[in-house]
Design a protein around this ligand. Structure first.
Ligand code: ADP
Length: 279
């Protein structure tokens, strides 16, 4: 089943900027999907459509097979199914303390204090932020804020989580921790959709990748299918993962052909290089 589907989705900002042009995008239940694109490609604009914050200029969105409607009740329903983590945690966090912030969603869903407390504790533990309950969110580091923002969404138990640039502004360890967490949540059954321009991290964690450029999806497939299409990757002002780039140079400059498809991770490259040496 498609958790989210857009059909001929076009969006114009009030000033006339066409940010999305005829987007057909679908995500299947249980997938971990990346939307890869340079700044200004349209990632945030597309994501803001998934739970109805933006309404298409033309075309439509289907959530779990049902056309999304924009009355209050339908939007509330959609937002319970799909939790969106914004790019900037400061847009999301507003309560005086971490625990109040994470509790906001569950309380809003009508859960009682006791149930809410369990949700808050569980969510903060999942993101590794237990012990920070009483801290004001604005005293936290960027990575910690991001984790609290994710906890706030987790506390609502959504089946699908949409994250706009979850690793932007984080140090390498912070970025890797967030992706590991998302990978775990996906293994536990949650559908995960992320936007990013981090081509080195994407292949480690995505089943499927979409490339967006100037408001259009110009390529989709498995990480291998997408990154083997070097021309399209560069056309989108992106680059190959570093490790694939090294293999590309070995092929072009040194005529060393180690595989038909670019290795995308250090593990894959290591195996292919060992095979090549042993041949
Ligand atoms: P991304 O998330 O990939 O960086 P965005 O979705 O933010 O891209 O932007 C897509 C396009 O829409 C860009 O050309 C951007 O300049 C434009 N845009 C974004 N926000 C607005 C706005 N409020 N008004 C007009 N144009 C906007």
């Amino acid at each position: 089943m498609n958790i989210i589907e857009t059909k001929n989705l076009t969006y114009l900002y009030p000033d006339g900027t066409k940010a999305l042009n005829n987007i057909d995008f679908e995500v299947k239940k249980g997938d971990m999907v990346s939307l890869l694109g340079n700044n200004g490609a349209g990632k945030s604009t597309l994501f803001l459509h998934f739970n109805g914050i933006f309404e298409p200029s033309s075309g439509k969105i289907l959530v779990e097979g049902k056309t999304l409607k924009y009355d209050k009740k339908s939007l509330l329903e959609a937002r319970q199914k799909i939790g969106t983590v914004f790019q900037n945690p400061d847009d999301q966090l507003f309560a005086p303390t971490v625990e109040e912030d994470v509790a906001f969603g569950p309380l809003n869903l009508g859960l009682n204090q006791e149930e809410t407390k369990i949700r808050v504790t569980t969510a903060l533990k999942k993101v590794g932020m237990e012990g920070y309950e009483k801290k004001p969110p604005h005293h936290l580091s960027g990575g910690q804020k991001k984790r609290v923002a994710i906890a706030g969404i987790l506390a609502m138990n959504p089946k699908t989580m949409v994250l706009d640039e979850p690793t932007s502004g984080l140090d390498p360890k912070g970025a890797s921790n967030i992706l590991k967490l998302l990978y775990e949540l996906n293994n536990q059954g949650m559908t995960i959709i992320i936007s990013t321009h981090d081509v080195d991290l994407v292949p480690l964690y995505s089943h499927k990748v979409h490339i967006i450029k100037d408001g259009e999806i110009i390529k989709e497939g498995t990480p291998h299918e997408v990154f083997d299409d070097v021309k399209t990757v560069r056309k989108a002002d992106l680059r190959l993962p570093r490790i694939a780039h090294l293999i590309e140079i070995l092929e072009k400059e040194d005529k060393i052909k180690i595989a038909n498809s670019f290795p995308l991770t250090i593990g894959q490259a290591r195996r292919k290089l060992k095979d090549y040496i042993d041949r």
